[in-house]
Design a protein around this ligand. Structure first.
Ligand SMILES: [Zn+2]
Ligand SMILES: [Zn+2]
Length: 236
């Protein structure tokens, strides 16, 4: 029983070509979303270069949102391909909660283009790990599958076990009271040397940024020189 389950754990998307568009059912070019549907997706055009928050007002000419101007996050840059809006939200949920790997694969394939690092490419990609219990239930870590596709297209290594979620009590014992109150849920341990390296964190969706913040903080504390973050989507 246990072995059967383990055999379903995936480190990358299964190779498959989708001939029909997931959204309209017409012919797709093999990545599961046809060009007309892809053109209508809520691509994130103007976003904060620190945290990928969508920027609307032309007043935000600095390219940095008000929150980051006040306090910059621990990661240096973050980018997301889409706004977390229809139909991206639905596709991400199909992928994460209903195990629809085709939906996840299509999104990762499409996102790899616009997210491709332009100036400084990371030395390696590291997915945000799931809590082991969730990983066990789901049989895959969505961020790891996305990282595998980005790494394939960008020719970058993926280190799936660079970060480990630290169980709450272990983390709490190591933190000062003030830190404990500020960041009760997310804590990560860095499992390999990262000194002087540029780490590309990969997550499926950036919501508050708290998870990325905790992961980046752990990497910087371990000596990482630069932390970039890549996600499929960003909530407004
Ligand atoms: Zn279509
Ligand atoms: Zn920002």
């Amino acid at each position: 029983m246990v072995y059967k389950k383990i055999s379903h754990f995936l480190s990358g998307f299964p190779a498959a070509r989708l001939t029909l568009c997931l959204l309209c059912g017409n012919h797709s070019d093999g990545n599961g979303i046809c060009p007309p549907c892809a053109a209508e997706l809520p691509w994130l055009q103007r976003a904060c270069r620190h945290c990928a928050l969508p920027l609307s007002a032309p007043a935000e000419v600095s390219g940095i949102c008000a929150r980051c101007l006040q306090q910059a996050p621990s990661f240096n840059t973050a980018r997301a391909a889409w706004l977390y809006a229809f139909p991206i939200g639905q596709l991400v949920q199909r992928f994460k909660y209903r195990g629809d790997l085709a939906a996840g694969h299509s999104l990762a394939q499409l996102a790899a283009g616009p997210l491709r690092p332009t100036d400084k490419a990371p030395d390696l990609l590291a997915p945000i790990p799931l809590h082991w219990r969730r990983y066990w239930q789901r049989g895959f870590n969505q961020s790891q599958l996305i990282a595998a596709e980005l790494g394939r297209q960008w020719h970058l290594p993926v280190h799936a076990r660079l970060l480990r979620r630290v169980v709450a009590r272990e983390a709490q014992l190591r933190l000062k009271r003030s830190q404990r109150l500020r960041n009760p849920e997310h804590s990560f341990a860095v499992c390999s040397p990262v000194e002087g390296r540029h780490i590309g964190l990969v997550d499926d969706v950036i919501t508050t940024g708290a998870t990325l913040e905790a992961a980046a903080r752990a990497l910087i504390a371990a000596g990482a020189a630069w932390v970039s973050a890549y996600a499929l989507a960003r909530t407004p």
